[in-house]
Unconditional design. Structure first.
Length: 420
């Protein structure tokens, strides 16, 4: 039975919110999680499933904006910005521009690396302790290239990441095909990312939610948050479709929807929802043993148990959940360029999800300076699954006034607040 006054109320049942609920419940705290639809109903369901410390790179980087502008009107490009006069998008792009340089990149890499490494250790521990069947594989991944220019850029990125202790192996054509026989003969080389793992994301999040329930968490579906009642610097009441809650503390972990929810509290968390698509189909023969990033196309193929998932595109078109089949077909086309695939490959199940993307590519994790009993945990962009368990642990520590297992500087939720 849900108490209307739990100690902790988590808003959002994606990997971030469920991880927070899990760590709180495991520590014996009273916690209720509310989601407007259900567990893993957002981008945590159908993402590419990578846990990728080797790829600790934020979205903004040198050259990203220039490339994005070149692709602006190409509906099949990996990065697409729907042209529109939206002041929030313009402000976000303006801020994003400031982080498209090497200094910002070098500041972000070690932070993302430490978060992902800590998270990978937690994945191992939780999956073993809670016996979660989620096709977890620590087989690493390959960034595969078809062109000399692409391979050169891949090698330059690998060398850059090596400066931060992220070791990868450069593979020539023979070595890449020996390692991964499912690669298309047109692939001329690649980068092996040995440290990385992958899994079926919704199976992990459902399994974690079950484990959280076993430890005492209450998880409510169809419980959309509709508003807040505050007094001074505190949330007194959270109104949902399943009644009102009067928690002592609240964590906002509603992914791309966190921005409009925070606005109800007069808090500005600048983010753009970046839509991506996934196509899931039965694993064909030959089946890849690693995840494969299509180097020149910014898309990926991940083996997930008996399935194979292609995922990609980054589309800035607001909080809309429609599917653009031209962009989905561009991913299918790319897959045929990098993998040996049968002619009669099934069309598969098509899914879309919205990544929550801050302008600097770093998550927002911390106490809200405006509201004393609120913790914010969102903005994980392309690495939300990967950083899910560690973020959940950090949120649980913040809510319980414990020291955090990693430093949070650089993740401050108010770092873009002009009123500060
Ligand atoms: C195509 C694609 C591929 C990706 N691949 C990877 C990958 O390989 N590795 C990786 O680490 N990351 C990947 N990501 C990113 C990752 O999926 C996200 O960063 C992560 O899922 C975000 O989790 P979240 O819990 O913050 O948000 P979500 O999973 O979106 O969850 C937010 C939840 O909040 C709920 N909610 C919204 N509004 C309300 C409300 N008013 N009241 C109550 N609940 C509400 C929603 O229903 C939803 O369940 C990918 C994303 C996409 C789209």
């Amino acid at each position: 039975m849900a108490s209307s006054s739990p100690d902790h109320l988590i808003i959002g049942g994606g990997v971030i919110g469920v991880s927070a609920a899990y760590f709180l419940a495991r520590a014996g705290a009273s916690v209720t999680l509310v989601d407007k639809r259900g567990v893993a109903a957002g981008s945590s369901w159908g993402n590419a499933g990578l846990i990728a410390p080797n790829h600790s790179v934020p979205i903004p980087g040198p050259g990203v904006l220039t490339q994005g502008l070149k692709w602006l009107f190409d509906v099949e490009s990996p990065l697409y910005i729907k042209p529109r006069l939206d002041p929030e998008l313009i402000r976000w792009l303006w801020r994003f521009r400031r982080f498209c340089n090497e200094t910002a990149l070098d500041r972000a890499i070690p932070r993302l690396r430490d978060m992902q490494r800590a998270s990978l250790a937690l994945f191992r521990q939780i999956i073993a302790e809670e016996a979660i069947a989620c096709d977890f594989e620590e087989a690493g991944g390959i960034v595969a290239f078809r062109t000399e220019k692409g391979l050169e850029a891949g090698i330059a990125e690998a060398e850059h990441l090596a400066r931060f202790g992220l070791k990868t192996t450069i593979l020539d054509a023979d070595a890449v095909h020996d390692l991964e026989p499912a690669l298309h003969p047109g692939v001329i080389g690649g980068v092996f990312q040995e440290e990385d793992a992958f899994l079926t994301p919704h199976k992990f999040v459902f399994g974690l939610a079950e484990a959280a329930r076993r430890h005492g968490a209450v998880i409510l579906d169809d419980a959309e948050v509709l508003g807040f009642e505050t007094a001074g610097r505190r949330i007194l009441r959270v109104r949902t479709r399943r009644g009102d809650f009067q928690p002592k503390r609240v964590a906002l972990a509603a992914g791309a929807w966190s921005t409009p929810l925070a606005r109800m509290l007069d808090i500005d968390i600048p983010m753009q929802p970046a839509k991506g698509y996934a196509i899931t189909l039965p694993l064909p023969e030959p089946s890849p043993r690693h995840y494969i990033i299509f180097g020149e196309r910014n898309a990926v193929a991940t083996p997930m148990g008996g399935d194979l998932r292609f995922a990609g595109t980054l589309e800035l078109s607001g909080l809309h959940e429609g599917i653009n089949l031209r962009r989905v077909n561009a991913i299918r086309k790319a897959a045929r360029e990098y993998l040996i695939l049968p002619d009669d490959l099934p069309k598969g199940h098509v899914w879309q999800g919205l990544r929550p993307v801050p302008p600097d590519g770093l998550p927002y994790i911390g106490r809200s300076p405006q509201i004393g009993n609120l913790v914010i945990a969102t903005g994980h962009a392309m690495l939300g699954l990967s950083m899910g368990p560690i973020t959940g642990q950090l949120v649980a520590q913040l809510l319980q006034d414990q020291p955090t297992s990693l430093p949070l500087d650089g993740f401050e939720p108010d770092r873009f607040d002009l009123k500060k």
